[in-house]
Design a protein around this ligand. Structure first.
Ligand code: CTP
Ligand code: CA
Length: 225
């Protein structure tokens, strides 16, 4: 069935959502990225707005339109995403659906790397800031409800349970992104909701829009109770 948009369930609440991939520049024409389309995060932002929330969406580079009724801030890199997230706080609920690049090239070359017959030097990488862990760990101004995603290709529940503890968030939405499932870039998603106590709620495979509406209804229930 189709979950209604729970009109008014988040009235007066501020919701922050991250979505999409990040682009980590190598030189002026090249970057490191991933297969995230932004569809799940954008759908969550739209569903939260439909439920009456005041929504800020911080999005990496995506090919889909900005959701209606949402303040969208576009960024490219993980570090820009962190800065935009910090600028968008405070929030009652923060949902981290972005596929943030874990690493970036250690240096961004100012001019295009040329093909000169030699093999290029190996690309040195450094770790990006963890936006979810940073916000979940805020001593002041931590949103009361911090929701992470876990993109896994194997042992989905085991990895996701470890992630909730490591990140310090309140809830993890785990999805199987192994290529056979077609989740990355596709329109459907199979998710498991994992709470801090380790309990798991598995939903059937649904359109990302339906996953978004159900998640918003679930979160509205948590902030109300
Ligand atoms: N995340 C983030 N900032 C990062 C990396 C991840 O905010 N630099 C967030 C994602 O938006 C997601 C959660 O952390 O909500 C988990 O992301 P995931 O890539 O599954 O986990 P990682 O901790 O990066 O571990 P790994 O990629 O090794 O599985
Ligand atoms: Ca990662």
């Amino acid at each position: 069935g189709r979950t209604p948009s729970a009109a008014g369930a988040l009235a007066g609440r501020r919701v922050l959502v991250t979505s999409g991939p990040t682009h980590e520049p190598i030189d002026p024409v090249r970057y490191l990225a991933n297969r995230s389309s932004g569809r799940q995060g954008h759908a969550i932002a739209a569903a939260a707005a439909a439920a009456g929330a005041s929504v800020t969406l911080v999005s990496g580079p995506v090919a889909i339109p900005d959701p209606i009724g949402v303040t969208t801030v576009r960024v490219e890199t993980a570090r820009e995403m962190l800065a935009a997230v910090e600028a968008a706080l405070p929030a009652d609920i923060a949902i981290f659906a972005a596929a943030v690049g874990d690493w970036r090239p250690a240096t961004e070359r100012e001019s295009k790397i040329k093909k000169d017959g030699e093999a290029p030097a190996p690309l040195a990488l450094v770790e990006n800031p963890d936006i979810l862990a940073t916000v979940a760990g805020l001593a002041q101004g931590r949103p009361p409800l911090v929701v992470g995603f876990a993109a896994e290709t194997d042992n989905v529940l085991d990895h996701a349970r470890k992630k909730i503890a490591k990140k310090g968030c309140d809830l993890i939405v785990a999805n199987d992104v192994s290529p056979a499932g077609g989740v990355m870039g596709g329109s459907r998603n199979t998710v498991h909701l994992i709470a801090r106590d380790g309990s798991v709620e598995t939903w059937p495979t649904l359109d990302k829009d339906e996953v978004a509406r159900r998640l918003v209804a679930h979160l509205a229930g948590l902030v109300a109770g």
